[in-house]
Design a protein around this ligand. Structure first.
Ligand code: AHR
Length: 327
């Protein structure tokens, strides 16, 4: 709530400043009139991706003259539910949030619906039996990201003429959309390839520290049987890499490393040859969010699902051509 208070206080100070100058007969520059009040509940700050996503939403709110009430839930669903209730009480025009997990939102979303406030899902989706709780979802096609990761692996196995490929998977937060979909896309794509065996999938919660812990446990259990690490985000990959090196292996050379997000740090490591493939997941969803929220305020219809375009980067291409990532 820190930022929200900051914004509200700043607004009050500006209003006071304008009023005071007005009383002195001087003309003050009017602050840009806000077109909309948007309440946004962010998951937390677990990754460079998430921090980049928050920054982008703040910047785009300014660009579109949207007043943003931003709350950080510190990785807790109950904090997100409480934030949404505060947005309802505050009578914001539109609510947006990135659901940490898919289940458990029906009650609070029914309250938003009863209050007549449209809800936009940002980045992640929810799972519900109820109709019409949300207006749309703006976020990546996580299934396709898993498909791209697996297709890269199949090409790599062909090039290296591998007969058996043993994979360990470090997954994101259990029951979150990216975890479920990145796993499904990957597993469906390797399913018909008899070379591929998944030794274990382990929950790394999208955190660097957990990525390291998971990798230590996997190395202890499987050692040199591991041919591939498929990690659901860069943060966990960056945690896992030093553990692989400490155990005496060379990531990118004798262990194939596949990551998702494509933040700058991972791209730098790809350039060093320690990551083989990194699938892009863009955090830059702010522009689409502001445009969609403004449409909803005007009562216009919006697309139910909005996916940004995404690509991948790998050792199949010239890494010097990769433009700075911005997150
Ligand atoms: O939901 C998007 C995922 O969440 C990103 O891959 C990850 O880095 C973030 O924390």
């Amino acid at each position: 709530m820190k930022k929200t208070c900051g914004r509200i206080c700043l607004g009050l100070c500006l209003a006071l400043f304008v009023t005071v100058l007005g009383g002195c007969g001087k003309k003050a520059e009017q602050p840009m009139e806000s077109k909309l009040l948007l309440g946004f509940s962010q998951i937390g700050a677990e990754s460079a991706w998430r921090i980049g996503n928050t920054r982008d939403i703040e910047e785009q709110a300014e660009n579109y003259a949207v007043s943003l009430m931003l709350e950080n839930a510190n990785q807790k669903q109950e904090n997100q539910i409480a934030a949404i209730r505060r947005f309802i009480a505050y009578k914001v025009d539109v609510i947006a949030f990135s659901p940490i997990v898919e289940e458990g939102w029906d009650n609070v979303l029914l309250e938003a619906k009863d209050a007549g406030i449209p809800v936009i899902l940002v980045d992640r989706d929810i799972s519900t039996e109820k109709e019409g709780l949300t207006a749309c979802v703006i976020g990546a096609d996580f299934y396709q990201e898993g498909v791209m990761a697996a297709e890269y692996l199949i090409r790599k196995a062909d090039r290296m003429e591998l007969e058996h490929v043993n994979i360990v998977e470090i997954t994101g937060t259990e029951n979150s959309t990216p975890m479920l979909q990145r796993q499904a896309g990957f597993m469906d794509t390797i399913a018909d390839d008899p070379r591929m065996t998944v030794l274990e999938s382990i929950d790394g919660d999208f955190l660097k520290s957990r990525g390291a812990e998971c990798m230590r446990a996997l190395l202890e259990a499987y050692g040199d049987q591991i041919d591939v690490v498929y990690s659901h985000n860069d943060e966990m990959t960056l945690g896992a890499l030093p553990e692989i090196e400490k155990a005496g292996y060379e990531p990118g050379r004798n262990v194939i490393i596949i990551s998702i997000d494509a933040g700058q740090k991972a791209i730098d490591v790809l350039k060093e040859g320690k990551i083989n493939c990194v699938v892009e997941c863009t955090p830059k969803l702010g522009k689409e969010l502001m445009e969609t929220a403004l449409k909803l305020k005007k009562g216009e219809s919006v697309d139910a699902v909005i996916h940004p375009e995404e690509h991948f980067f790998s050792d199949e291409m010239d890494p010097s051509k990769i433009a700075p990532r911005g997150y």
